[in-house]
Design a protein around this ligand. Structure first.
Ligand code: KG4
Ligand code: ZN
Length: 335
């Protein structure tokens, strides 16, 4: 039996990425070109700039991945590409590149959901055991996903407004910190004290949904009111108080879902998984639990990359799932 090699391509937001995964779990090549520097001065990702960068970087990133792998086209079993959700123009650059390669080289094409990719990043660390629960926290998503088998995703809770990372970035902006603000808040939070009373959106008994826009507004209002009274809060205490609220809600709801669904594994996924406070809180709460394995991937696999897309694509490939050349970008694709 020959080895399976999946080429992954990811261009849904502001990273241009290509990777090759062997037999579903082993990283053979993993290349990411970040555009953060280009978007920084605008305080967020500018879609048109993102697309242009992807077009420039795609060939370079793809060729580097092929070079690192020492493989040829004849070795590639399938090309997995992010079909959504994401920025439509950004997604199209990756999809068109994948289609061109698939057509010209006669290689099967597989469209992958970006969040399925984030979850499958965990399979590059450990074999998945079902049923499992994944806490997906990124710049665009905050979701609790229940999986009873491979490629079976049930969203049991999601954000009703802002994603966790979005809230981090907006609060950071209010504090005058550069984009993306998550890492800056995280750093400040460790120097400060959680001494400002901020709300937690529980959204009713038994709900696994999230809401972070009220928290963001509460931070802005609290700072505004304090200023009018001549009080100045320290940025580090604002960061610590905000982070405490986010982590409290994320960890509490995750714990309730773990109990309800009696899962064997708890996976962390998405860019906010880089948050030190969240990683520590999850470890404290879950790492010594019997019959539950907590998996937290390294930072490089939590933020956007193509290895995770290839890992998810590998499972779809084995299930016989293929996309045809009519594959299109789907910015609002459901999991
Ligand atoms: O998954 P990701 O790379 O892109 C999306 O698919 O959205 O996540 C990016 C998000 C940004 O909002 C960024 O501020 C946040 O992840 N982030 C963090 C940390 N590192 C990145 N948020 C909190 N603490 C961090 N250490
Ligand atoms: Zn992402």
């Amino acid at each position: 039996q020959t080895d399976q090699y999946i080429l992954g391509i990811e261009t849904s937001c502001d990273e241009t990425a290509a990777a090759i995964i062997k037999n579903g779990r082993e990283i053979v090549a993993n290349v990411v070109a970040s555009q953060i520097e280009s978007h920084k001065r605008f305080g967020g990702v500018v879609p048109e700039i993102a697309s242009r960068h992807h077009v420039e970087q795609l060939t370079i990133v793809f060729e580097e991945a092929m070079k690192q792998s020492k493989l040829g086209f004849e070795d590639i079993s399938a090309i997995a590409v992010t079909e959504g959700p994401g920025l439509v123009g950004a997604l199209l650059t990756g999809i068109n590149a994948a289609k061109a390669l698939a057509f010209s080289q006669g290689i099967p094409l597989i469209g992958v959901h970006h969040i399925a990719g984030h979850i499958y990043a965990n399979r590059l660390i450990t074999e998945l055991e079902f049923p499992l629960l994944a806490l997906v926290v990124s710049g665009g998503h905050t979701e609790l996903v229940y999986m009873k088998d491979h490629a079976s995703f049930e969203v049991i809770g999601e954000t009703l407004d802002d994603a966790a990372g979005e809230a981090y970035d907006k609060v950071a902006r209010t504090l005058g910190l550069p984009y993306p603000g998550g890492p800056h808040i995280d750093r400040l939070a460790h120097e400060g004290e959680s001494n400002i009373d901020l709300p937690r959106a529980w959204l009713g008994e038994g709900s696994f949904d999230f809401s972070f826009s009220g928290l963001k507004s509460a931070v802005i209002n609290t700072l505004h009111n304090a200023k009018q009274k001549g009080i100045e809060f320290e940025a580090k205490d604002v960061a610590a108080s905000f982070q405490a609220s986010v982590i409290d809600v994320l960890v509490t709801k995750t714990a309730q879902a773990v109990d309800k669904y009696e899962v064997k594994q708890l996976l962390l996924a998405g860019g906010v998984a880089a948050n030190r406070g969240l990683r520590t809180a999850l470890e404290e709460r879950f790492s010594s639990r019997e019959n539950l394995q907590l998996c937290i991937p390294p930072l490089s696999l939590c933020t956007d990359n193509a290895a995770m897309i290839a890992a998810a694509g590998s499972v779809l490939f084995e299930k016989g799932i293929r996309s045809d050349l009519a594959l299109n970008a789907n910015p609002g694709l459901e999991l």
